[in-house]
Write a protein that binds this ligand. Structure first.
Ligand SMILES: C[S@@+](CC[C@H](N)C(=O)[O-])C[C@H]1O[C@@H](n2cnc3c(N)ncnc32)[C@H](O)[C@@H]1O
Length: 201
């Protein structure tokens, strides 16, 4: 499995390894990669930009990218999604967090940390269209309000699960109910995997 934008490797890479999977984590941050290597020595980690890293076609049973696509410039997200689709084996799965509402901008004092954080995400409809255009079929999606426990979403080819994770700039009373999307006709090779997140939001 591949975790794109894996951060420190906890909890996602750690939990996937504990579940018996061989996991490769990719992150652009050297500090995060060093931390991940310490926390999950059983996994492989690559310090790289997700928008330029490459893997052979059909390399992965599943790709996860949680709370990471939303930090990549919007105009680079569709090309990345198209490449992710090629990295998946037929019938593989993709799980990602997307934005709920379009927004690109900076929070100068993220979570009162004194650290600035930058986001760039489309709205859920656009993300769904991009994922579909990339060749994946959205199997399941859910809205996960930030600050609450992370909900699971599944999209996919190949198959994908999405999670509109960003409550940033979300209007009051924003869409809070899970949505399900009719799968694109085609063979399913297995059940939707248990991909519940680790609840670190
Ligand atoms: C909010 S953290 C999420 C980390 C992890 N996926 C999780 O859910 O705990 C976002 C991560 O994406 C990484 N990231 C941001 N832009 C990236 C890029 N272009 N390529 C690879 N990683 C990136 C950051 O370094 C950071 O570790």
């Amino acid at each position: 499995m591949l975790d794109l934008g894996c951060g420190s490797g906890a909890p996602v890479v750690r939990d996937l390894v504990a579940a018996g999977h061989h996991v490769t984590g990719v992150d652009i941050s050297e500090v995060q990669i060093q931390q991940a290597q310490k926390l999950v020595p059983q996994a492989d980690f690559i310090m790289a930009d997700a928008t330029s890293v490459d893997f052979p076609g059909g390399s992965f049973d599943a790709v996860v990218s949680l709370y990471a696509l939303i930090h990549i410039p919007q105009d680079e997200q569709l090309p990345l999604l198209e490449r992710i689709a090629t990295w998946l084996r037929p019938g593989g799965w993709f799980l990602c967090s997307t934005g709920q509402h379009e927004w690109t901008g900076m929070d100068e004092n993220w979570l009162d940390s004194g650290v600035a954080m930058w986001w760039s995400h489309a709205d859920a409809d656009t993300d769904r269209a991009w994922i579909t255009r990339a060749g994946l079929t959205v199997e399941q999606e859910e809205f996960a309000p930030e600050g609450g426990r992370r909900a699971c979403a599944v999209l996919g080819t190949t198959s994908a699960v999405t999670e509109q994770a960003s409550g940033i700039r979300q209007p009051a009373g924003g869409r809070a109910n899970p949505q399900r999307v009719r799968p694109r006709p085609g063979p399913r090779t297995g059940p939707i995997p248990n991909v519940t997140g680790g609840g670190h939001t």
